[in-house]
Design a protein around this ligand. Sequence first.
Ligand SMILES: [Fe+2]
Length: 466
Amino acid sequence: MILPVVNQAKNTLMAEAIRDLDPESMVRSPGLTYQQLLDQDTRPVPDVLRLQSPKDLGNADISIERYISKDWHDQEVERLWKRVWQFACREEDIPEPGDHYRYDIAGMSFLVVRTENGDIKAYPNACLHRGRMLKEFDGHASELRCPFHGFAWTLDGCLKDIPARWDFPHVDDDQFALPELPTATWAGFVFINPDQNCAPFDDFIKDLADQFQRWDLGKLYKQAHVARIMPANWKIAQEAFCEAYHVNGTHPQIMKSLGDVNSQVDVWDNCARVITPSLTPSPLLGDDLSDEDIVRAMLDIPEGDPVPELPEGMSPRAWSAAMSREGLRPDAGDLVDEYCDAELVDNLDYTLFPNFHPWGAFNRIVYRFRPNGNDHRSSIMEAIMLAPFQGERPPAAKVQWLKDDQPWSTALGFLGKVFDQDVFNMPKVQMGLESTYKPGVTLANYQESKVRWLHHKLTEWVEEGK
Ligand SMILES: [Fe+2]
């Protein structure tokens, strides 16, 4: 018997194969483009939403090794996680001198600390005596004292105390400061880099920072922070949130009010985005839906129950944006009047390589996905919700860890229900990739180009050793 041969990768995934494309030349879904939807906005649309940056990223399959191989994970740790700038915590997580936050990545632990003079420093979370972790928990301390034998450092990393100092004549105080990691902040987020000789942060953040000039996430506060261990490689978890093509299969209940395949995908060097319009029906449904159908779907109103009536001539998008403006006004103030409808209703999902996903405008979501220790078949998924506030900054929410089988809806309501549909797929994708005879996954050219971009970047870092 001859077994069928499955598709082999058609060409390699090389970073230099990326080409700019003319937006008009991309094959797109039938129906309105995102730019045509913006033409209907009731307010001036900002330039950032008018940008289009499609790329030709080739059509190579993505090797399944990236998801199922421990060797690939080990390479990823050495060449990516130990060298890349990564989001560790919010500045508001450590507002006062002595506040510290534990950030772990791929089996390593780091401490991010607010020092006496208000600076932020990061150290390997390890005592220089026998190596014990200095802090297991986030918290507040006047010094960094190891619980094992009592070696202590000041908040800015200088050696402070060695019990029975006479027994360590060979320790030179100046040589016994805690090693420092490079740190940087952007929009209230603290980034660290485990590589003390890393490339400058400004170059790393530039593409994303250019996009967010209008949307200052630093003015928002952390209202919620939810985390859960997922039984799948971190890239499987992350990629479930990098395209809207899965909506028809995974979230069919929102198709009447979501232009899933109308999404616009833009790729720059170190960041990419998927903009998915709300309150416009999926072209995959194929029929003309009434405004009432769209609003009913958006508000999740059962058939037969009354739907709010839209003012004469007002589209569901404009109506929903107007409602959002008034809902946000008490906390966001008059800023809501500067935002166009699209900024209030659409899903502006950005990704900064490798794993940081802030949403733009009044979207409140930030995702992060990372390996769970060195188990390449599990990951940590986090959702952070940011919110505007008036007056004094409310305290930042602490991380709420869900149990392994606890639904996201128990912490995040309606949004959590949608997450639960996404995460239901994840272990099944892992198992399928462990079982398949096909050496690679095949991606859509346009709609999944953010996923392909991530893999080009991974090629650059992990395989080409950037
Ligand atoms: Fe989803």
